[in-house]
Design a protein around this ligand. Sequence first.
Ligand code: ARG
Length: 462
Amino acid sequence: MANQIRGRFQKEAAKNAVAYSSSIHYDWRLYPYDIAGSIAHARMLAKQGIITATESDKIIAGLSSIGEEIAQGTFQFKPELEDIHINIESRLIEKIGDVGKKLHTARSRNDQVALDVRLFTRDAIIHTIGHILELQSVLVDLADANKTTIIPGYTHLQKAQPILLAHHFLAYFEMLERDIARLEDCLKRVEVMPLGSGALAGVAYNIDRKFVAKELGFTNITQNSLDAVADRDFIIEFEAAASVCMMHLSRMAEELVLWSTGEFNYIEIDDAYATGSSIMPQKKNPDMAELARGKTGRVYGHLLALLTTMKGLPLAYNRDMQEDKEGFFDTVDTLMSTLEVFTGMLATMRIKTENMAAAAELGYMLATDIADYLVGKGMAFRAAHEATGKLVNYAVKKGKSLRELTLKEYQKFSAVFDNDVFNITVETSTAAREVPGGTGYKQVAKQIAAAKRKLKESMSDE
Ligand code: ARG
């Protein structure tokens, strides 16, 4: 049926070949961008006198009503018409007659699809950043509500030093800041207008590419027609940025899973974001976090799939490139839904600060502060480290916490110890770390204020 592009053929395409190559079941999503691009193109053709203003008006009205048909679900997508471009164009001709056949003047599907995907990516980036900002704002609220909550900080998943829970939440805020920066950087290379590149060599009409770019809100036009139709770097960049962002969310997911175990018992995921077991009635499982951790794999997979698809392609367009879309759409959908679920899950989870505080008292986490104390009394750090190490070993053997030892016991390890060693607490430990970027109370308050300022600026940019 795709007869408008099968003029040179004497046979219909084989059924299985049509099924194999048709992309309409997923690229229909490009329709608003395909229509916007075609409208800009038709306007330009009229402005340049390549078609008349009346023809352009008819084409534009036809395209707009096709957009409505698709939005309302009355449009008949036809697999034999391959893709969204031919589906729309053939409906246009059906609706407005032969004048519809003029739309594709000075254009190829190769530059058309490049444009459509760029327009789609621009929206995807803007929406993704919006979702990241919402998650960041929940993290800042959580930090604000937990400015004095102390939790064990870990290295090697072993209790290491006391930190503020706010500091922990703000660590994820920073990761998401970098994710936004990566997406914004990608956007610079997305907003470049490829139309006019034709199939590969440019077109033989007196077109105005800059006008089309301006119509579509793009700042620049592509500089090389071969590259313009063969370039999918911007999708790879989006997928790479999405992979890093999913990696961040997956690390957070892992902590939510750990923290909601009976063993940690730091948080309780809200019923709205937890699931039960079909056999064990007592279970409340953190499935959303686990799914996010699991879905990270498919997002990485899409990145690797497209890198592999592209690596052997000679210039310029090759049909292999049609394989860019399903993985890309899935990446966008997976990242956005994961961000949304995390925003809701974090905003509603119950934080068991009393259990965190109790855990922070265990595990000899004040050992560094005791070594620092000895340094304060004039000892060299390495000597202080050794003396404190022996002290901890002694306490472990006695089955006591450092608080439970007597001054006499302390003094077995250094004569320098005095009663003021008992002034060291998780609070003084935290308060001591007022270095910029540290977990000190004032530092964290500053970081919360700075994060709020950044969010306010970003939200008003939107
Ligand atoms: N559906 C195609 C794609 O996504 C559109 C471009 C087709 N171009 C072509 N020469 N067959 O890549």
